[in-house]
Write a protein that binds this ligand. Sequence first.
Ligand SMILES: C[S@@+](CC[C@H](N)C(=O)[O-])C[C@H]1O[C@@H](n2cnc3c(N)ncnc32)[C@H](O)[C@@H]1O
Length: 235
Amino acid sequence: MGTSISNPPEGEATATTQRRYDRQAALFDLTELPLELLVFRGLRRRLWGQIDGQHVLEIGVGTGKNIPFHPANARVVAIDLSPKMLSRAVSRAGSLEHRPDFVLADAQHLPFRNGAFEETASTFVFCSVPDPIAGLKEARRVVRDDGHVNLLEHVRAPNSLLGWLMDRLNPIAVRLTGANINRDTVANVERAGIRLDSVESEKLGIVRLMRGLHPRGAPARVEDTRKIRPVLPPK
Ligand SMILES: C[S@@+](CC[C@H](N)C(=O)[O-])C[C@H]1O[C@@H](n2cnc3c(N)ncnc32)[C@H](O)[C@@H]1O
């Protein structure tokens, strides 16, 4: 078990996203606490309850709020773009027996071979990945043919007035938090070539719990041969 760094972020939008999460890492858990207790925690439990693989990739682990829900019998690799968010996750995992392996990496260019995992899991991540379809294609690429992509995401409200309001507020939300509040992530998942097996709708349709399948026979991308360099845990 350890902490690694792969490729540095590419592109201005990705660097900006990294800076935004680094900036809020120290207060992230505190600012999200009410929503966490009232809404998110139960949904996290449901997402992780549907995962039964032995090799699991958590994309965008953040400060590690999902770590208590990681299956005890699985080997979990947890990645994030932000060194400061990742550092919090490393501290949260502490000396747990089933500590994940942490990797500083960009979801848009995952440093793993095709089909390396049985399952991927992510919670509230693809609202902030600059190119969400590229990131979702990567999630699809790194799961086995019979694997699953599991997502918990907030999306643009289906109600037209609420959706309109989210569109107006989105530029402010992105600047403050890095998260787009009006993305249609269900459509993005399908655009990325993931066949959705189930989509559950919660909280006026603003939160979606998704489980997708890698369609068999989809063309695999050439294996990514970039190396992962071990480094000390980020401070
Ligand atoms: C809203 S936070 C959610 C964190 C955690 N999954 C949770 O549920 O609390 C979004 C996370 O996605 C990460 N992220 C954004 N873009 C990313 C990318 N391109 N690659 C990897 N992680 C990314 C951010 O650094 C941040 O930690």
